[in-house]
Design a protein around this ligand. Structure first.
Ligand SMILES: Cc1cc2nc3c(=O)[nH]c(=O)nc-3n(C[C@H](O)[C@H](O)[C@H](O)COP(=O)(O)O)c2cc1C
Length: 406
């Protein structure tokens, strides 16, 4: 799979540097081309001669030893992936802040293809607040992080901080290069709802809303393309790489979502669910009468978002949508507090160019701390990818929290 792939390995000053010799051998066995760049501190842990011999290539350390016209930090970026292993606390923090004071860091700054970071350090360093914040920054920027494992550390302690084994790093590279950035949600189960529910009045009439289901459908499509295992619960039939379950009414949707919740990593409630349903459904078609008016009594439907937000466990994410025609942000913030979900995606339905039935949208992502992030007007496909990338980081954060509390 990795035959003829160009792999750039960055080694920093950590004791796990010696293990990277094995990683190079694994890549060479797979007939990949390997180039190595080291921080000057890494040279205390592994020799240039060893790396040169194993990789069969020149090894790079210094910014200013330029033989050819082409600066190395640019020529080194001509690789399919940049793997920094081990990534020291120092290098992680510099990367997260755009510092480029050695060749490895300058190369990373100029690198625009997948980057994989395999941190290795003492447990207290890994748990350090600043290191965690910097790791989060790198993750948000799209870098792949192979969180360190628990075990015996070189400092003599047992804890979380061990660099992942060369075989695991090799597998991750294989996964990234064969599936690309396209499958970051692999192994995750997503349930997405879409469409406007229909509340039946009689066999031929119903109350519904203007939701087209396009946003939910776009999210289902993007999630599946990003590798997630998707269940789409929609009011309409759809074709795609997902399990499609049809729910017509809010009650039907509620029953399905409730049943499926325990197996999901993330539920995205993009459907426009009726707040009310008809109290007395008529089995027969209601006849016109002489009266000029008629009234239908409505009763409340289950509040699916609130219900599943209360039921979910701490590893699951529940995301709601908020369609508003006025005071968008204010109402969205009230909604996230009232429902207890993890995020609210707010969109303005008073605008004709976005929202219901349109192919484009412009949304605000509101989190539990009431921070807002605007996703500028774009196709629903692109907006859905941005929403899923945001969710991906939250899921990775949860994985990291689990690891830290183990
Ligand atoms: C014996 C020894 C082992 C070290 N191991 C680690 C380590 O595993 N992880 C780490 O983040 N720093 C480790 N350090 C500290 C780094 O070498 C130091 O922070 C250095 O500035 C890293 O530089 P670099 O990121 O430019 O390579 C170690 C230092 C020594 C002396």
């Amino acid at each position: 799979m990795l035959k003829d792939k160009n792999i750039l390995i960055g080694i920093t000053g950590g004791i796990a540097a010696y293990k990277v010799c094995n990683l190079i051998r694994l890549f060479k066995k797979a007939e990949a081309n390997v180039r190595v760049v080291l921080t000057p501190n890494a040279l205390n842990f592994v020799t240039k001669l060893t790396l040169q011999t194993l990789s069969g290539n020149e090894v790079y350390i210094d910014n200013f030893e330029i033989d050819e016209y082409k600066p190395e930090h640019i020529s080194l970026t001509e690789a399919d992936i940049f793997v920094i292993a081990p990534a020291s606390a120092n290098t992680i923090s510099k990367l997260a802040n755009g510092i480029c004071d050695n060749l490895l860091l300058s190369t990373a700054c100029a690198f625009n293809k997948p980057m994989l970071i395999a941190p290795a350090m003492n447990e207290n360093m890994w748990n350090n607040k600043f290191i965690q914040e910097n790791i989060e920054k790198l993750q948000r920027s799209g870098m792949f992080i192979l969180n360190p494992a628990e075990g015996f550390l070189a400092c003599g302690a047992n804890g979380t901080g061990r660099m992942r084994e060369p075989e695991e790093i090799y597998e991750k590279v294989n996964e990234i290069l064969t599936q690309g950035n396209r499958a970051p949600l692999k192994g995750k189960k997503f349930l997405i709802t879409a469409g406007g529910t229909r509340e039946k009045i009689d066999p031929v009439r119903y109350i519904t809303n203007a939701s087209s289901g396009k946003m939910g459908l776009a999210i289902a499509d993007s999630a599946s393309k990003m590798g997630a295992d998707v269940t789409l619960v929609s009011t309409f039939e759809s074709n795609g790489d997902w399990e499609n379950i049809i729910a017509e009414t809010a009650q039907e949707m509620s029953d399905i979502v409730d049943k499926k919740l325990p197996e999901m990593d993330c539920v995205i409630m993009a459907a426009a669910v009726s707040d009310y349903k008809v109290k007395n459904y008529s089995e027969q078609k209601i006849k016109k009468t002489d009266s000029d008016t008629m009234s239908i009594e409505l009763v409340k439907n289950p509040d699916i978002l609130k219900q599943i937000s209360a039921e979910k466990n701490s590893n699951q994410l529940v995301i709601g949508f908020c369609a508003e025609s006025e005071n968008l942000i204010e109402n969205a913030k009230k909604k996230i507090q009232a429902k207890g979900c993890d995020l609210i995606i707010a969109n303005d339905i008073s605008r004709k160019d976005i929202g219901f039935n349109s192919n484009e949208n412009e949304v605000y992502i509101i989190d539990k701390n009431l921070n807002e992030k605007k996703l500028d007007k774009d196709t629903k496909q692109n907006i859905s990818k941005d929403i899923l990338n945001y969710i991906l980081v939250l899921l990775q954060d949860k994985e990291r929290e689990t690891l830290l509390t183990k």
